[in-house]
Design a binder for this molecule. Structure first.
Ligand code: GTP
Length: 558
């Protein structure tokens, strides 16, 4: 394919505005997949994506399309919509020249529409606004076009109106991709240069890298070098993603595809790395900014994960290769043994990561309360008053919508702010955030004790004014989530040695065999097994059994 017949583009949108549905239609229309009910959201390959109906990982598909008697190669990269996965979006954009910005005809511009628009705008990509779901009864494309003109300064004439669900006007989307998005810049005559924009670990074949070829060509058997480690590899296999792997002999400038080159260690396939030919070194591409973790999960315990062959270290390393926005630190403590401290971009991101560890690596995990990063200054003058939310600016998008910016302490929004905002506004409000840096505040460390023993996972940093109410609420919620046991349990919140709240769980003897009179042995075994399974979901702290989910539920405000 000559470079001028190639188009690389992404679909970006606020969550649920219809990216995956439009991707399905585009794949069907270009014959990449058959038109059947089964082929719903084909780019959502992961089990967690199908279960939750959301996109977590960006996926790539090469499509063949004829227009005006010419054949085009369109490389489509589907991206996640949720704010927690915007790191995936910005990586995908680096392999593209244009984007389809999908906006729901009923909901109009939402927080993530704005955030994604700016990602594309800053990368100087061609932006094609696509108003989707025009088949809905309450669709108001006129109003959405006015919003687009006002907020993004894009003339309304450039907007396409479609229904991805029904296929209405989707052909116009393909035409716009060919006519408006420029071809990639590289040429075949330059030395080979490619960007690794994603990678996966395959249990049998090692690292599978997704690459965008920026210049020259590469073929099977070539000796290539990764700029990051200056290590040489031989290309074993390469090809297009349609969206299944489709091996080819060569990849050329402008193309997007996959490559397997005998990389066995996950550290060898750095996302953002540049690949070149052994004899023709090139200047490395700028790569990506490392992701900034916003939520930290506490530990994942080693013994909980040892049913994965190769151990937990491998499971976590391989999964983080596929999701490079997770930060990982080895961590160990006398009380809890060896573990990891993982950093995520948000709560949903954390939940999805855990689900993937369980589903793809068969690992049962304990995740403890998320905490946010603090910088602690060890000085006596921390007397500066804390700041609550401070309003920064207000923009009216139209008569019905307003965009407000606030400065918040991260700790105030990290657990349930988003859920609360959604329920208070009956689902109408949407939310996005970026890091505004550290601010001094009057914070203290609060411990939670079970029968006098501090529970490290529940130690939190709280604002001094909130310590009493937070401590009381945490004790109350723990009382609800810890079952009665054979002895009395004291739940206490303490600052240093001072106890500020207390709840008590009365002793109770739960004898599961009490109902088994007559010595029916199979029934007895069944009940004991059930009890053992229940125990697996528990964590022992001192002599107290604590259900694993208590660690998260204790943080949610009522
Ligand atoms: P994420 O991948 O999670 O970010 O979501 P998404 O943007 O890919 O949205 P998705 O394609 O999953 O669509 C969300 C919902 O909107 C689904 O229930 C679709 O069936 C529905 N939907 C998508 N396009 C249309 C449309 O044109 N009309 C109508 N009525 N519904 C649509």
């Amino acid at each position: 394919f000559p470079v001028d017949k190639i188009r690389n583009f992404c679909i970006i949108a606020h969550i649920d505005h219809g990216k995956s549905t439009l991707a399905d239609r585009l794949l069907e229309m270009t014959g990449a997949i058959a038109k059947t009910e089964k082929n719903k959201q084909v780019l959502d390959k992961l089990q967690v994506e199908r279960e939750r109906g959301i996109t977590v990982k960006a996926q790539t598909a090469s499509l063949f399309y004829s227009h005006d008697g010419q054949e085009y190669l369109l490389n489509l990269i589907d991206t996640p919509g949720h704010v927690d996965f915007s790191y995936e979006v910005s990586r995908s954009l680096s392999a593209c020249q244009g984007v389809l910005l999908i906006i729901d005809a009923n909901q109009g511009i939402q927080a993530q529409t704005v955030a994604n628009f700016y990602l594309a705008f800053e990368s100087q990509l061609t932006i094609i606004p696509v108003i989707n779901k025009i088949d809905l009864k309450n669709a108001d494309p006129e109003r959405v076009e006015s919003q687009i003109e006002k907020v993004f300064d894009i003339p309304r004439e450039e907007c396409l109106r479609i229904s991805a669900k029904l296929g209405t006007n989707v052909e116009a989307v393909l035409q716009a991709v060919v006519e408006r998005i420029p071809p990639p810049a590289g040429s075949i005559s330059e030395p080979f240069k490619a960007l690794v924009f994603d990678s996966n670990f395959d249990h049998y074949r090692g690292v599978v890298a997704n690459i965008a070829v920026f210049g020259g060509r590469v073929k099977k058997g070539d000796k290539i070098v990764s700029a990051h480690l200056s290590k040489t590899y031989e290309v074993n296999e390469l090809g297009l993603l349609r969206p299944e792997e489709h091996p080819t002999q060569k990849l050329f400038a402008g193309q997007v595809g996959y490559m397997i080159a005998g990389m066995k260690d996950v550290k060898e396939a750095q996302i953002g790395d540049t690949l070149y030919h052994q004899e023709q070194p090139v200047q490395a591409l700028p790569g990506f900014k490392p992701a900034k973790a916003m939520v930290f999960a506490g530990r994942i315990l080693e013994q909980e994960l040892d049913n994965y062959p190769g151990g937990v270290q491998h499971a976590i390393e391989r999964l983080t290769l596929n999701d490079s926005s997770v930060t990982v630190q080895r961590d160990s403590s006398l009380a809890l043994g060896a573990g990891w401290r993982l950093g995520f971009l948000g709560l949903l991101h954390m939940e999805v990561f855990n689900q993937r560890l369980e589903q793809e690596y068969n690992a049962s995990v304990i995740v403890t309360a998320p905490t946010v990063p603090y910088k602690v200054l060890l000085s006596s003058a921390k007397l500066i008053k804390s700041r609550r939310a401070v309003q920064k600016n207000v923009v009216y998008i139209d008569e019905q919508r307003v965009m407000m910016k606030y400065l918040f302490p991260l700790n105030e929004i990290v657990v349930d702010f988003y859920d609360l905002l959604k329920s208070m506004s009956s689902g109408y409000a949407s939310f996005d955030y970026e890091n505004a840096g550290y601010q001094a505040a009057d914070l203290i460390k609060m411990d939670i004790l079970l029968n006098g023993r501090p529970v490290e996972e529940l130690t939190t940093i709280v604002h001094r004014d909130r310590a009493y109410s937070t401590g009381k609420a945490m004790c109350e919620r723990l009382k609800e989530s810890i079952p009665r046991q054979m002895f009395e349990i004291a739940i206490q919140a303490a600052i240093g040695s001072k106890v500020i709240a207390r709840e008590t769980i009365k002793a109770y003897r739960k004898n599961v065999l009490a109902k088994c009179y007559g010595g029916d042995i199979t029934r007895k075994m069944k009940l004991l097994k059930k009890q053992a399974e229940g125990k697996k979901k528990m964590r022992r702290i001192g002599n107290v059994e604590v259900p694993k989910d208590a660690f998260i539920s204790v943080l949610k405000r009522k």
